[in-house]
Design a protein around this ligand. Structure first.
Ligand SMILES: C[S@@+](CC[C@H](N)C(=O)[O-])C[C@H]1O[C@@H](n2cnc3c(N)ncnc32)[C@H](O)[C@@H]1O
Length: 247
């Protein structure tokens, strides 16, 4: 779980499963309440969690939707998710290692969520998945996803890591990508999506609310160094409605 969210008490502390899944419940509650208050709530038949990890949000969705799918590229994440599933067949985890969502028919899902996933992907790939998430949505279905925008501060860590990966594995990689909101808007329009809102403040719970133990000096130095060394991006949450003719 520490691969998904930093743990409450710092990087050396393990997540407690109950606390980890509680962050997912709070995030889904925040999203659904926000939708009902400012837009409209999705139908509660089918939901999809793209990049589900161990199922933090998928499990919370299963409290609210009749059938839920969690999709991830990593078999290890799905093994953990299946072991932690509390909802039986109403919650199914699927491995997806293609650059589309071919397991899902057009217009077959009411609600799609994807949090802290797309920033790992190169922009054309991230936008391709956004179009796919729109394709699988029913008319008036809702898509909520996190995708960073402009890089506001450039650090050294991605450069060091990319160099290491280049030498060690012969491949360039980086930690995070952002996509300019105007590019996202074009992809949404092309995919039949209507942007309801782009929020920089929707308070999704990614574990920050847990103060945990007071970190030691080394831990604080590490956190400070990480902040300085790591790229900083604008953080956007997009709320999109599926427009156009129903599939
Ligand atoms: C930081 S975790 C977030 C997990 C979950 N969304 C959450 O909020 O708890 C990112 C997840 O995205 C998954 N991921 C990365 N690239 C993906 C892709 N192309 N397709 C599906 N999942 C992907 C990773 O395997 C990982 O489980």
């Amino acid at each position: 779980m520490g691969f998904v969210l930093p743990s409450p008490g710092g990087r050396h502390e393990q997540w407690d499963a109950e606390a980890f899944f509680a962050t997912g419940r709070r995030s889904i509650e925040t999203i659904l309440t926000h939708l009902a208050t400012y837009h409209h709530g999705p139908d509660r038949s089918v939901a999809l969690d793209f990049g589900c990890g161990p199922g933090r949000l998928t499990q919370a969705l299963a409290d609210c939707f009749a059938q839920v799918y969690g999709v991830d590229v990593a078999p290890s994440m799905l093994t953990a998710a299946r072991a932690l599933n509390r909802h039986g067949d109403r919650c199914r985890y699927l491995l997806n290692q293609t650059d589309d969502l071919r397991a899902f028919a057009d217009g077959s899902v009411d609600f799609v969520v994807s949090d802290i996933v797309l920033q790992h992907l190169r922009p054309p790939c991230a936008l391709g998945y956004v179009r796919e998430m729109l394709r699988v949505l029913r008319k008036r279905g809702i898509l909520v996803f996190f995708l960073p925008g402009r890089r506001v501060r450039r650090g050294w860590a991605p450069f060091v890591i990319a160099t290491y990966n280049r030498i060690r594995y012969g491949a360039y990689t980086t930690l995070n990508y952002g996509v300019d909101p105007s590019e996202v808007a074009k992809a949404l329009e092309a995919g039949g999506g209507r942007l309801l809102e782009r929020s920089g403040t929707l308070p999704l719970d990614r574990g920050q609310q847990f103060p945990g133990r007071r970190p030691g000096v080394l831990e604080r130095v590490w956190r400070g160094a990480t902040l300085v060394l790591t790229d900083q991006f604008e953080g956007w949450i997009y709320v999109v409605e599926r427009d156009g003719s129903p599939a």
